[in-house]
Ligand binder design. Structure first.
Ligand code: AMP
Ligand code: MG
Length: 275
C-alpha cells in the first residue's frame, strides 16, 4: 500500500494526525529494491513523455527546513535525463521579482510539452512563509489560493501533469537534522541560524500548510503528504506516486509515437519512389 497520502480539495486535514515515521511496512532493504524497480519504470515513462511531446510534468516539492527536499529531488533525478528534466529552486524574491505579481517568477519555469520541471519550493511559499510572517496583509495573501488554482488549471488545461509533494517531518526529527549540520563538516554549508528561528513558528506553519494543501488540491493538481522522517520510505512513496500517475498516459504516448513513425515512413517511401 502506498505511503503517500492524497489530499482532496476542501477535505479536513490535520497534519498532526499523520505519522512522519510511517514506512509503509517496508524495511530499508526492501525499500532500496522497490526504489530501483520504480526507478526503472520511471525512466521508461519519462523517455516516452519526452519523445511523444504531448504532456509536460510539473513536480512541486514543499516542506519545512530539513524536510529533505533536496534528497527527494535527487532520488527522482537518479532516474531522469538532463535532456528532459529541469530543477528550479525558489529563494527569497529579489526586488525585481517582488515588483511583479507572485506568479511572474514561477510561470516561465513551468515545463514545456515533453519536459519535466521540478520545483524546490514554489509559488506556495507565497501562502506559507509570506503568511506566517505577514510579509503582505491577509487581504493580499488570502486571494492567492484562488490565483494558484486558476494558474495551475491553466497549466493542466494546456497538457501539464501536476503533482505536489509536502514532505512531512516531525519537530524532533527537524531538531536532530539541524544538530547534525553542526556536527558533520559535509553539512556545515547548510548551517543557518534562520532555520532555528523559523522553528519557533512551527504551529503557524502547520496551519498555513493545512490551508494550502486543502484549498489547492483539485483532482487535476493534487497534493500528497509524504511521511519523511525515513528517507527510503519517503523516496518509495514519491516514486510510486509519480509512476502511478504517469502509467495511464503510456498508451496515448505510444500511439502518438506510432503516428509519428508512420508519417515519417510514408515520407521516406515517397522520397524513395521519386528517385
Ligand atoms: P533554502 O530553501 O534553504 O535555500 O531557503 C530559501 C528561503 O527562501 C526559505 O527560507 C524560504 O522560505 C524563502 N522563500 C522562498 N520563497 C519565498 C517568498 N516568495 N517570499 C519570501 N521568502 C521566500
Ligand atoms: Mg534552508
Amino acid at each position: 500500500m502506498s505511503n503517500a497520502i492524497r489530499i482532496s480539495q476542501n477535505q479536513k486535514l490535520s497534519l498532526k494526525s499523520i505519522d512522519p515515521e510511517a514506512s509503509g511496512g517496508l524495511n530499508k532493504e526492501d525499500a532500496k529494491e522497490r526504489i530501483q524497480e520504480l526507478g526503472n519504470e520511471l525512466e521508461e515513462l519519462q523517455e516516452l513523455l519526452s519523445v511523444s511531446g504531448m504532456n509536460g510534468l510539473l513536480i512541486v516539492f514543499q516542506g519545512r527546513d530539513t524536510a529533505g527536499k533536496e534528497g527527494a529531488i535527487k532520488s527522482v533525478l537518479n532516474f531522469s535525463s538532463v535532456r528532459t528534466c529541469n530543477v528550479a529552486a525558489f529563494k527569497v524574491p529579489t526586488p525585481l521579482e517582488l515588483s511583479h505579481d507572485f506568479l511572474w517568477r514561477i510561470h516561465h519555469n513551468a515545463p514545456a510539452k515533453g519536459s519535466i520541471s521540478i520545483f524546490n519550493r514554489s509559488h506556495y511559499e507565497d501562502v506559507l512563509v509570506v503568511r506566517v510572517h505577514e510579509f503582505v496583509p491577509k487581504d493580499i495573501w488570502g486571494k492567492r489560493y484562488d490565483h494558484i488554482n486558476a494558474w495551475e488549471k491553466l497549466l493542466t488545461d494546456s497538457g501539464t501533469i501536476i503533482l505536489k509533494f509536502m514532505l512531512h517531518i516531525s519537530f524532533e526529527e527537524q531538531e536532530q537534522q539541524l544538530l547534525d549540520r553542526e556536527k558533520e563538516v559535509e553539512k556545515a554549508w547548510k548551517l543557518n541560524v534562520q532555520d532555528w528561528r523559523e522553528r519557533e513558528y512551527w504551529d503557524k506553519y502547520t496551519e498555513a500548510y493545512e490551508d494550502a494543501l486543502t484549498m489547492c488540491s483539485p483532482e487535476s493538481a493534487p497534493w500528497f503528504v509524504i511521511p519523511a522522517n525515513k528517507k527510503s520510505a519517503r523516496d518509495v512513496a514519491i516514486l510510486e506516486t509519480i509512476v502511478e500517475t504517469l502509467r495511464p498516459y503510456k498508451k496515448s504516448w505510444l500511439q502518438r509515437l506510432e503516428a509519428i513513425g508512420a508519417k515519417a515512413k510514408e515520407e521516406l517511401r515517397v522520397f524513395r519512389e521519386e528517385k
